[in-house]
Ligand binder design. Structure first.
Ligand code: TMP
Length: 220
């Protein structure tokens, strides 16, 4: 008699990356609505955060809730700790169930912000990421690229509408954010099989259409 094995197919893992003000959260949510309408079960999550531990780390990192200055190496490791927790508790189980995962920032953010932005050794950032995430690498990374001046106009308007101020990392100097943006574009060249660069200056509908086209082509 034949034994029947029912094996669920691993879901797809899509990450949104990019400098500030590129519209990652808006487009992650639009993509999820479209995937769900197409019959997929999708888990949305974000970094830092996405688990109780990760959200506590997010508050420390963005709003310095401990009241203590965060040293740059501690910043790297706190992002990595949040990521390790998110992979173990949310992302890996979801992919193993066959669900799709859409993550608003992931490991590339550490290479872009802490590597290119802060000046830490990029290969060391990649090694720390690998320690945190193991084999759980994205299938597709959508880089929403926007020039810093335009990105900051957008986030300044958004924060004003929500009566919020710039967070700890947004407050970094303009040349920090320029290095982050250039760093992302370098990462896209390093891993062309995974990265797709999308010009986020286009209209929101145009950007959403470009994203949908890439997702269908790469993950369909
Ligand atoms: P956001 O997801 O709301 O944009 O906020 C996350 C902030 O944290 C953003 O300024 C980018 C920064 N960040 C890093 O510096 N390194 C990282 O590894 C991650 C995930 C985010």
């Amino acid at each position: 008699m034949l034994d029947l094995f029912v094996m669920s197919v691993r879901g797809k893992f899509i990450t949104f990356e990019g400098p500030e003000g590129g519209g990652k959260t808006t487009h992650a949510k639009r993509l999820i609505a479209r995937l769900e309408a197409a019959g997929r079960t999708v888990v949305y999550t974000r970094e830092p955060g996405g688990t109780p531990t990760g959200e506590a780390i997010r508050d420390i990192l963005q709003h310095q809730t401990t009241g203590e200055t965060i040293s740059p190496p501690a910043e790297v490791l706190l992002f990595a700790a949040s990521r390790a927790q998110l992979v173990a508790h949310v992302i890996r189980p979801a992919l193993e169930r066959g669900d799709w995962v859409v993550c608003d920032r992931f490991a590339d953010s550490t290479v872009a912000y802490q590597g290119f932005g802060r000046g830490f050794d990029r290969e060391q950032m990649i090694a720390i990421n690998d320690f945190a995430i193991g084999e759980t690498q994205p299938d597709l990374t959508l880089l929403l690229d926007v020039p810093c001046a335009e990105g900051f106009e957008r986030i300044t308007a958004r924060h004003a509408a929500n009566h919020q101020s710039l967070d700890r990392i947004e407050q970094e100097a303009r040349d920090f954010h320029e290095r982050v943006r250039d760093g992302y574009l370098e990462l896209a060249k390093r891993w062309p099989q995974r990265f797709r660069v999308i010009d986020a200056r286009a209209t929101e509908d145009q950007v959403a259409a470009n994203i949908w086209e890439w997702v269908q082509r790469e993950c369909g």
